[in-house]
Design a protein around this ligand. Structure first.
Ligand code: NAD
Ligand code: ZN
Length: 355
């Protein structure tokens, strides 16, 4: 007999997800079956459901890659997990483990990787299959809803900050204070950096302050750039751009001082203006960054487990996913919304999605 589970499925790009009952997947060699206790809704899930990027997921698929849950079954050969263990399932479902990137500890760049909630089914469902070698161990007794955003927003922010090469005592700009950005502010503070946060709405600037930013700037203010340069004595030493509009990327190039690195992790479709003269004369570095390695993920989880970073989460039932996506499109979500597929009897708090 096939057992069924609830799942939110993308059948067509830019269309509402459908809530369906589909067979519970079976874990294969080296895989885990995970009961999804919580799954954060990342803006990447929205890009995936809209088919925003050059490489599109194959339809139909189940998004969701900020998964915290419990191991309920083991595939053949799994030695590092037991049933009942708390486990995190990240974007990096697996990698080949033998290419030049995998061999040098850069499995996040493997060209043969699979991605949870993109090229394989993700956590907007009651169960998900994870690769035991790429799943993360979570602390016993962890709060699933609080830890879920660390599986993508947390690790991506933490790795991105490292990639700016900003040192303790120096200034970093965090541009975009959404799911990633509000955690980035906290990681940066925990790493001893001075933080200037930039977003374009007063709610987000309020969240930035509450997350510990030393300075908040409205990116749309006509004097945003001179204001930030003055308050940081000539510009930040680096910037992390998590924003979802290309304007923020060019703006970040004007917010760093000479020798600064602008690390970009936001993935809106499109291009941004790069003033060649400034990049050359100021010796700027523009660097992309994609999630993090397994090591980065373990480190990012440790910050949360030690209480140094704390995701600002609101929980919702899986059935709310289309309303959550609408709110995300309008930039109306504060922090992160986490869906709980096993708690669908629980009503969502309607005010999360207010106009
Ligand atoms: P989110 O919707 O929670 O937050 C985006 C924030 O950007 C919002 O607060 C919005 O107000 C702000 N913003 C929009 N335009 C801005 C501007 N011009 N200046 C400053 N702020 C602006 O999204 P999220 O879940 O934090 O994801 C952010 C982006 O990062 C998405 O594009 C997502 O796909 C990408 N992402 C990348 C990686 C990676 O590994 N590189 C990982 C996760 C997410
Ligand atoms: Zn993500």
């Amino acid at each position: 007999m096939t057992h069924l589970m609830k799942a939110a499925i993308v059948r067509e790009f830019k269309s509402p997800l459908t809530l369906e009952r589909v067979p519970i997947p079976e874990p294969g060699l080296g895989e885990l079956l995970v009961k999804v206790m919580a799954c954060g809704v990342c803006h990447t899930d929205l890009h995936a459901a809209d088919g925003d990027w050059p490489i599109k997921p194959k339809l139909p698929f189940i998004p969701g890659h900020e998964i915290a849950g419990v191991v309920v079954a083991l595939g053949v050969g799994v030695k590092n997990f037991a049933t009942g263990d708390a486990v995190g399932v990240p974007w990096l479902h697996d990698a080949c483990r033998s290419c030049e990137y995998c061999e040098s500890g850069w499995e996040s760049l493997c060209e043969h990787q699979h991605n949870t909630g993109y090229s394989c089914n993700g956590g907007f469902a009651e169960y998900v299959v994870a690769n035991a070698a790429f799943a993360a161990r979570l602390p016993r007794g962890v709060n699933f809803a609080s830890i879920a955003p660390i599986l993508c927003a947390g690790v991506t922010s933490f790795k991105g900050i490292k990639e700016t090469e900003v040192r303790a005592g120096e200034w970093i700009v965090i541009s975009g204070v959404g799911g990633l950005g509000h955690l980035a502010i906290q990681y940066a503070k925990a790493m001893g950096l001075h933080v200037a946060a930039v977003d374009i709405t007063s709610d987000k600037l309020g969240l930035a302050k509450r997350s510990g930013a030393d300075l908040v700037v409205d990116g749309r203010a006509p004097d945003a750039i001179p204001q930030l340069l003055a308050r940081t004595s000539g510009g930040a030493h680096g910037a992390l751009v998590t924003a979802t509009s290309p304007d923020a990327f060019s703006q970040a190039l004007s917010l760093v001082r000479r020798k600064g690195t602008v690390c970009i992790v936001g993935l809106p479709p499109g291009n941004f203006d790069t003033p060649i003269f400034d990049v050359v004369l100021k010796r700027l570095t523009i660097r992309g960054s994609i999630v993090g390695t397994r090591r980065d993920l373990d480190e990012a989880i440790a910050f949360a487990a030690e209480g140094k970073v704390h995701a600002d989460v609101s929980t919702a039932p899986l059935g709310d996913i289309n309303r959550i996506f609408d709110a995300m499109r309008r930039g109306r979500i504060e922090g992160r919304i986490v869906v709980q597929p096993h708690a669908d009897a629980v009503q969502g708090t309607g005010d999360l999605y207010a106009a």
